[in-house]
Unconditional design. Structure first.
Length: 197
C-alpha cells in the first residue's frame, strides 16, 4: 500500500520529457527539505490515504497514458518494486524523479531523472543508473557543484540546469552559463507557467 498525495494526467513540465503527456503518481514523504520545493505539502510521510498497485492501475487505465512518472516527495522512501512490477507488466514506460537520497529499487526503471542535492548526498549507485541529470540552481556557487555531479554522470543522455523559481536572477545566470558550457541544457518548470498540475 502506497501513501498517495495526488495523482493526475497532465504534461511533463521539466527536463528531457517536457511537453510529454504523463500520468503522475505523487507519493508522500520527503526528508530532503529543498528550500525551493513546490510540493512541500508532500513532505510528511504519514497521514495520506493509501492505495494498492491495483488501485493505481485502475486510475491510469481510465486515461490514454503510456508514460508514468513516480514522484514525490521522495518516492524511493517506499518499497517500489511491487508497483514497478505491475506497471511494467502492463507495458507502461516508467519514469522516476528522485534526489537519490535512498537506494534504488531492485527492478529496472525505464527513465531515471536524477536531481541530487548537496545538503543530502545521494546514494552513489544512482550516478550509474541516471538517464538525465537535473540540478537546481539557487545560488551562483551551485554551478561548481553541478559540474562535479555532471562529471560523475557521464553516461547520462542529458544534463539540465533548472532555475530556482523563487530566485528571479537564477534564470539569467543559467542562460549565461549554458552559452559558455554548451554540454548543459536549460530545464524550465513549464507547468508553473501553464498553470497545470
Amino acid at each position: 500500500m502506497y501513501p498517495i498525495v495526488e495523482h493526475f494526467y497532465t504534461l511533463q513540465g521539466e527536463g528531457y520529457w517536457a511537453g510529454t503527456p504523463a500520468y503522475f503518481i505523487r507519493l508522500g514523504g520527503c526528508d530532503v527539505g529543498c528550500s525551493w520545493c513546490d510540493t512541500r505539502h508532500s513532505w510528511k510521510k504519514e497521514g495520506w490515504p493509501t492505495f494498492s498497485p491495483t488501485d493505481i492501475l485502475g486510475w491510469i487505465s481510465q486515461t490514454p497514458a503510456t508514460h508514468i512518472v513516480l514522484t514525490g516527495g521522495e518516492p524511493t522512501m517506499h518499497p517500489l518494486d511491487p508497483l514497478i512490477s505491475e506497471l511494467k507488466a502492463r507495458g507502461y514506460f516508467l519514469q522516476i524523479e528522485t534526489s537519490g537520497a535512498y537506494p534504488p529499487p531492485d527492478l529496472p526503471i525505464d527513465w531515471v531523472t536524477f536531481s541530487p542535492k548537496r545538503f543530502k548526498p545521494p546514494q552513489p549507485t544512482w550516478y550509474h543508473q541516471a538517464h538525465e541529470l537535473k540540478v537546481v540552481i539557487h545560488a551562483k556557487s551551485d554551478f561548481a557543484w553541478a559540474e562535479t555531479q555532471r562529471n560523475r554522470c557521464k553516461a547520462t543522455q542529458a544534463h539540465f540546469l533548472q532555475p530556482d523559481f523563487y530566485n528571479p536572477s537564477a534564470l539569467q545566470w543559467i542562460m549565461d552559463y549554458i552559452k559558455l558550457h554548451p554540454s548543459w541544457r536549460l530545464s524550465m518548470q513549464l507547468h508553473r507557467y501553464l498553470a497545470i498540475p
